[in-house]
Ligand binder design. Structure first.
Ligand SMILES: Nc1ncnc2c1ncn2[C@@H]1O[C@H](COP(=O)(O)OP(=O)(O)O)[C@@H](O)[C@H]1O
Ligand SMILES: [Mg+2]
Length: 370
């Protein structure tokens, strides 16, 4: 069994310890302090939050994922589902169904997974003002057993047409629930800043900020080494360093690369730098359909700029060297092309530099000829 996991929340033995952050978060939970957790995609925010709450005794998580949320109705329903899931852990399903009766909830069993799934009457469309009632229910369940409320990918609340109203309603309730700890997590810094650092926002400075950065290389390196050892594989420390570089220290991407390395090696193998290209090829083979569908969206100029970014790592896109390499005369044209690819979420800006959302797509672009 391949021991490397990516694209999912990792827990317990799959979670490489982050003792400092865990301690801080536990402290904030204990004092009912609201926090806002920021960090890059796939760095490990969601796993960290679950792990932190899991380690606090007699406390449950009420987890609401706002990823790609579009309407206030969906927001309310996601909160309601989270309430149900949280109550269900303690067998209070019936009672909570009564409280949510206006939504006409029902349980059915997913024929594929065998898991129970909750659905609501689609004819019931909720307005933002239902948020208040839902948060009141949360407060009442908290009285019986402590709960930590998590809004993950919170920046996506800005997608809502009536986001200001939704934020004001949320904030209005949350500020009086002084003993319920709320955790807001998000990966898109400028949008999170818009919510928490803009004086015009209802959430202005309403939670203590915490940043989740890369895992400590030494600790994570040993963690990965031990996982390889489970299959009697030995990996060179130099190869591990190389993985960190390729994946720019993004935890999930490092695990993805390790998963591929494991697949292309066998029992008692010694893994070195030289195995990495084959692992990358495996990733490319799995992902190339997706890469090609990105290419379809690009003009020739945009593609050349992206390939330039991938190949000329670190060269400023407005510099002469860059313009020459990509065969474009005007810095403004490069800027425009990159803006477009940023909008398409292929690249993003980080500390004044462009980075690829997917480091493997970057490598794929760099190694191919266009
Ligand atoms: N503490 C950790 N130990 C080991 N792997 C981790 C850890 N945190 C994150 N990862 C890796 O990163 C992936 C994404 O983690 P996740 O918590 O979903 O990140 P985020 O919420 O920041 O996008 C996981 O599937 C796992 O591969
Ligand atoms: Mg997450």
């Amino acid at each position: 069994m391949n021991p490397f996991k990516y694209g999912q929340v990792v827990r317990a033995g799959d979670f490489c310890p982050r003792p400092q952050l865990l301690k801080e978060i536990r402290g904030f939970i204990a004092s009912g302090q609201n926090i806002v957790i920021q960090g890059e995609r796939r760095i490990g925010k969601t796993s960290l939050i679950h792990e932190a709450v899991r380690s606090v005794r007699r406390t449950r998580i009420l987890y609401v994922d706002l990823l790609e949320i579009k309407t206030a109705d969906a927001l309310c329903k996601r909160i309601a589902k989270a309430i149900i899931a949280s109550e269900n852990q303690d067998g209070f399903l019936e009672r909570i169904f009564k409280k949510l009766s206006q939504l006409k909830p029902s349980v059915s069993v997913d024929p594929l997974t065998g898991q129970p799934t909750i659905s609501f009457d689609p004819a019931v469309r909720l307005q933002p003002d239902s948020i208040e009632g839902l948060l009141d229910i949360i407060a009442s369940t908290h009285k019986r057993k402590s709960v930590v409320v998590v809004f993950d990918e919170f920046q996506d609340i800005l997608n809502l047409k009536d986001c200001r109203e939704a934020l004001a309603l949320l904030r209005g309730k949350i500020q009086f629930q002084t003993n319920v700890p709320y955790i807001f997590a998000g990966s898109i810094r400028n949008k999170m800043d818009e919510i928490f650092n803009d004086p015009d926002s209802a959430f202005f400075k309403s939670a203590i900020p915490l940043t989740v950065g890369p895992l400590d290389r030494k600790r994570f390196g040993s963690f990965l080494q031990e996982k390889f050892a489970l299959g009697k594989r030995h990996i060179d420390p130099a190869a591990i360093q190389r993985l960190f570089e390729i994946a720019v220290d993004i935890s999930g991407d490092i695990q993805q690369l390790c998963e591929a390395l494991w697949e292309i090696t066998s029992y008692k193998d010694q893994i070195t730098d030289e195995n990495i290209p084959k692992a990358m090829s495996l990733i490319f083979a799995r992902e190339s359909k997706g890469y090609e569908s990105i290419l379809v969206l690009l003009t020739g100029q945009q593609l050349r700029c992206l390939v330039g970014l991938a190949k000329l790592d670190g060269v400023t896109p407005q510099s002469k060297a860059f313009l020459q390499a990509v065969g474009i005369h005007l810095p403004g044209s490069v800027k425009k092309a990159l803006n477009r690819t940023e909008k398409l979420k292929i690249i993003f800006q980080y500390q004044g530099k462009y980075r690829f959302v997917n480091p493997f797509f970057k490598a794929w672009l760099a190694y191919r000829d266009f």
